[in-house]
Design a protein around this ligand. Structure first.
Ligand code: NAD
Length: 517
């Protein structure tokens, strides 16, 4: 059971949540935590109180150049280490992350606002990728074929790219860096990470853990900033690939700028995830799942359910959804029993409130309105209570925009086909789910839906690390997805070797025609 953090511990965390990141967030360059010489800083506030937690530097050009130099130098030796050495590092890394899950979660709750138990889930889903990477010996195997022609063999190797970069969003401060680091490192690359300027603390704690397990300096470097550091990453000639997770605006920009500079880019972007509820679904379980997926993490998950399409008689379930959502406890993430924490910032709160208002003014009904929620002891936090907008139409702003808050839009459809059509017309393709007890309907949904990640009676179908995170259409730019086999392919290039070892005789006369074996 998660206990409340005592006020004294919270204060200690605020002032000194890591020996290396207080009172300003440090850079991590060549294995050392360094004070930045930045002239510009981003204030980071606790979303539950809006008290200052730390200041995050906008890294200077010299600092970012130093990070690249360190990564380049480290690559020379790291790419030559044995696979077993890299595997040993990851085995040790997973052990210390597991040991420090609560510490990491406390930092996430402080900086990002989500509940402690949800923050532990954030770490856990990243840890699973670290664990998966420990199977390096199998994951990194290439292919081979003997006697492809007489006395001729072909083998292929998966080799690292060089220095690769990761640009992270605020909503999963541990999981997303851990979608990137383990496979990039196990493949022999070195990594420059730019965590979100809104909550870099978890990344800094992960760097402490890498140092603790003996990670060689320069294997990972951390720079901070916003557009400046993103542009630096996109343009730097020594950075070979970029992994990005975040909003559409940034993702499209980074994809275009990085690709035009010849880099490999994978860009996971925004979402509008729909659930379809058929009247034959298990009512109790479905309503509970809808509420968890819509309002968990205050709706700030890329796989949050932001739209539910009620088909036929399931439209009568709205009062039950309202009653159950109303019971969720809204408070600071470290308070016991909290279901819905604050959203990340005052600006995010304002934006979400505006989208709720626009929905109502365009014709939506609001049977559950979380706009005026009062949270005891936290008058200054960025809280919005669970909100339901019903009768939503595809033309409404609240439907077209990703709200990224605790707001569930409810739509209606007469048939499963109509519901599928609504979803396939939406530009996003991150995730979707259908709730039904009818296998035929489930199968039809899977076959006809044009979305990269589908749940059947599973509301947040985030694949485990032996698969890949396969958002599609407007939610993804690139060719190779995060983690799983595709993730490893993203961080490797293939070298194919064709060899001819003929015992009897070598070529006796020149041949100028194309060899066809
Ligand atoms: P964001 O795009 O604002 O920030 C992400 C990163 O990009 C940050 O490091 C930030 O410094 C940088 N950045 C922000 N604006 C930029 C710009 N205009 N140009 C260049 N760089 C910029 O995203 P966020 O608000 O931190 O995260 C929430 C978004 O991320 C949501 O849209 C959510 O759906 C998405 N997300 C997607 C996935 C996925 O896998 N598809 C996962 C998590 C979050």
């Amino acid at each position: 059971m998660i206990k409340a953090i005592s006020p004294s511990l919270l204060n200690t965390l605020r002032r000194n949540y890591s020996s290396n990141v207080s009172p300003t967030t440090k850079l991590f360059i060549d294995g050392k935590f360094l004070n930045s010489k930045a002239t510009e800083w981003v204030d980071l506030f606790d979303p539950a109180t809006n008290k200052l937690v730390t200041q995050v530097p906008i890294s200077t050009n010299d600092e970012m150049e130093a990070a690249v130099e360190s990564s380049k130098t480290a690559f020379r030796s790291w790419s030559k280490t044995s696979v077993l050495t890299r595997q040993q590092l990851m085995l040790k890394f997973q052990a210390v992350i597991r040991r420090d899950i609560k510490k990491l979660a406390q930092n996430i709750t402080l900086e990002q606002g989500k509940t402690l138990i949800d923050a532990e889930g954030d770490v856990m889903r990243g840890l699973q990728v670290v664990e998966h990477s420990c199977a390096a010996g199998t994951l990194l195997q290439g292919e081979s074929l003997q006697n492809i022609s007489t006395d001729m063999d072909i083998v292929s190797y998966k080799l690292p790219l060089g220095v690769v970069a990761g640009i992270c969003p605020f909503n999963f401060p541990a999981m997303i860096p851990l979608w990137m680091l383990p496979l990039a490192l196990i493949a022999g690359n070195t990594v420059i990470l730019k965590p979100s300027e809104k909550d870099p603390g978890a990344t800094m704690l992960l760097m402490e853990l890498l140092n603790e397990v003996g990670c060689p300096p320069g294997i990972v470097n951390v720079i901070h900033g916003t557009h400046n550091s993103v542009n630096f990453i996109c343009d730097n000639k020594d950075i070979k690939a970029i992994s990005f997770v975040g909003s559409d605006t940034a993702g499209k920009y980074i994809y275009a700028r990085g690709a035009s500079n010849g880099k490999r880019v994978q860009s996971n972007m925004g979402a509008k995830n729909h659930a379809v509820v058929l009247p034959d679904a298990n009512k109790e379980s479905t309503i509970n799942q809808l509420i968890g997926a819509a309002f968990g993490a205050a709706g700030q998950r890329c796989m949050a359910l932001s739209v539910v399409i009620l088909v036929g008689e399931s439209q009568n379930w709205i009062p039950d959804i309202v009653e159950r959502a109303r019971k969720l406890k809204v408070s600071a993430g470290h308070e016991p029993g909290t279901d819905v924490g604050p959203v990340i910032s005052r600006q995010a709160k304002e934006r979400i409130l505006k989208l709720i208002e626009s929905g109502i003014s365009q014709g939506a009904k609001c049977p559950l309105d979380g706009r005026g929620v009062l949270v005891e002891n936290y008058p200054n936090g960025n809280f919005i209570g669970p909100t339901l907008l019903t009768d939503v139409q595809p033309s409404y702003e609240c439907y077209k925009e990703e709200i990224f808050g605790p707001v569930l839009c409810v739509m209606s459809a007469d048939t499963l086909e109509d519901a599928i059509n609504i979803i396939n017309t939406n530009p996003y393709g991150n995730g979707t789910a259908v709730f039904t007890t009818n296998g035929g309907h489930a199968r039809q949904f899977v076959n006809e839906i044009d979305v990269g990640q589908v749940g059947i009676n599973v509301p947040i179908p985030v694949p485990l690390p032996m698969f890949s995170f396969t958002g599609s259409r407007g939610s993804f730019h690139g060719d190779l997805h995060f983690y799983g086999k595709q993730g490893l392919n993203f961080y490797t290039q293939t070298k194919t070797i064709t060899s001819l070892w003929r015992k009897s005789e070598m070529s006796s006369a020149p041949s100028v025609s194309m060899p066809v074996h």
